[in-house]
Design a protein around this ligand. Structure first.
Ligand code: ADP
Ligand code: SF4
Ligand code: MG
Length: 324
């Protein structure tokens, strides 16, 4: 079941701040007025350079960080107004996978214990059923049942990330929030985990929020893409539209910086210049200090969100070039 809008998860005007602490006098706004929908059975990618606010947004959705303002709706219902029972069901339905499986798996629990823990926590099934479910999850992620007695340090990086995925899957969630899940893996292992995520989407109808700083990874698996810069979403839309006809200069820069196998056509490795600090964001368009296409009004006026494709496609961009 989805909400009245047909979306599984909707983020509305979300703001996340880190309060001033220690030597810092100012609070920092990591997520600025972000709205985003995740549809059932879709892989929604969230991409942007390091420091753009991706993890803060993901953690706020998971309720691991407080929300300064805005809403997170699951199946149309605001999570802030859910009663305990609804919140518990929703928490079971939204699971997380993080970048470093060694940090998220306890070194003292073997694979089976790691998989049983969420089942015990949510009191799912009887003891004998729990073992069966755990073994089923191992099989789903392509791991041999013989690995169930191993500890995290006895597994390879790819196997550990599969265990993290299996742990997220045992509760039979609808949505997995994966924050840089392949960033610490070698390229061939990355490719196999990406393939597995696509397969889980197809076979189980799962939705993913797939967070990555790497557009070349995103290009290989996303159904929908959201591009984040300095806490704002600057472009959102179906992957085919957004990557095929990128509308925002930042997206175009990110795409142009994807390495290509041909060394004679090596692109610049990064977007020119450094992103300003989120502590002192620029006025006007957040990207104007690095934008190769800026015009006079960019430094003074923040662009509104505008449609970037023909009606019927929800491809949106925040750039004055689209609203002259
Ligand atoms: N715990 C924290 N305390 C203060 N500032 C933080 C904290 N975590 C992240 N930030 C800041 O919030 C902004 C967004 O960071 P983050 O969400 O980690 O971005 P990303 O995941 O895209 O790299 C950055 O400016 C970062 O320095
Ligand atoms: S609004 Fe101006 S500075 Fe911002 S991305 Fe568009 S052209 Fe560049
Ligand atoms: Mg991050």
């Amino acid at each position: 079941m989805t909400g009245a809008t047909g979306q599984l998860l909707s983020v509305r005007h979300l703001v996340v701040r880190y309060d001033a602490s220690g030597s810092r006098r100012q609070s920092l706004t990591a997520v600025r007025n972000v709205s985003l929908d995740i549809a059932p059975g879709r892989i929604q990618a969230l991409v942007g350079e390091s420091g753009s606010g991706k993890t803060s947004l993901a953690r706020a959705i998971l309720r691991l960080l407080p929300i300064a303002s805005g809403q997170v709706l699951f199946r149309g219902q605001d999570m802030a107004t859910m009663d305990r029972r609804q919140l518990r069901t929703t928490r079971r339905s939204i699971q997380a996978v993080f970048q470093d499986p060694l940090a998220s798996l306890s070194p003292r629990r073997n694979v089976m214990q790691a998989l049983l823990e969420p089942l015990d926590h949510f009191r799912i099934g009887l003891a004998a059923e729990r073992e069966q479910r755990a073994l089923g999850a191992l099989e789903t992620v392509g791991l041999d049942a013989g690995l169930r007695h191993r500890y995290p340090h006895e597994l390879s990086g790819g196997q550990r990330q599969r265990v993290s995925l299996a742990r997220a899957l045992v509760t039979e969630p609808d949505l997995i929030i994966a924050d840089e899940p392949v960033s610490s893996l070698d390229v061939p292992v990355q490719a196999r985990i990406i393939e597995l995520i696509r397969e889980l989407r197809d076979r189980l109808g799962l939705s993913f929020l797939f967070v990555s700083h790497d557009l070349s990874v995103v290009r290989r698996l996303a159904d929908d893409v959201a591009v984040m810069y300095l806490g704002q979403l600057v472009e959102t839309g179906p992957a085919a539209n957004l990557l095929g006809q990128p509308a925002h200069p930042y997206t175009r820069c990110l795409l142009a910086s994807i390495p290509v196998p041909d060394p004679d056509h090596a692109p610049p490795s990064v977007v020119a210049g450094e992103a300003p600090s989120a502590l002192t964001p620029p006025g006007g368009c957040v990207f104007h200090m690095r934008c190769p296409e800026r015009i006079a009004r960019c430094a003074a006026e923040m662009p509104e969100e505008t449609r970037a494709s023909a009606p019927g496609t929800d491809h949106r961009v925040r750039c004055h070039l689209w609203n002259r």
